[in-house]
Design a protein around this ligand. Sequence first.
Ligand SMILES: [Zn+2]
Length: 193
Amino acid sequence: MAIIPAKAAALLIILSGPDLCGAGNNIMKIFKYGSEVLRKKAEKVVWSEDIRKLIADMFRTMREGNGVGLAAPQVGRSARVIVIDIGDGGVALVNPEIVKKKGKETCVEGCLSFPGIEFEIERAGEVDVKGLNDEGREVHITACGLFARALQHEIDHLDGVLIVDRTSFLSRKLASSKLKKLIKESKKNEMLS
Ligand SMILES: [Zn+2]
């Protein structure tokens, strides 16, 4: 801690105002498997400042949880908004839609709503996605590899589809005690809120 002269301290507060006032970059609660909001089909949204703030909060929440992607239903908002960062700065999409899929790839996937659980999941190897970016402008993305996987995973969330629905019966069975524990905790949290 340093001692700052009063004038300089006032300036610092003004410069860092938005963060101090909570106008963005808040860490949000992540809803886990068993929470009702994860099973709802999320609503299309009209781009607004509120959505821009939601995106900033979702990026912060995702990075805090060491995730590579996050969908709005995971933070309790039934809205068609996703954020992804596979280590290249990140992308946010509003009302994303997959317009083309190509190839098949199987890979192990985790999810911030399923802590401690991973499933092997087959998905398209390449996808074309359209939507609005965090400025409300229309964008088209062609993605492959991890980026394509993350896009499909997060867009699934917007339709209430979860990794547990995409894996094999045997994998689900092997994880059943962990899954039951998550459901129990989520139901308890819903009753308390
Ligand atoms: Zn997920």
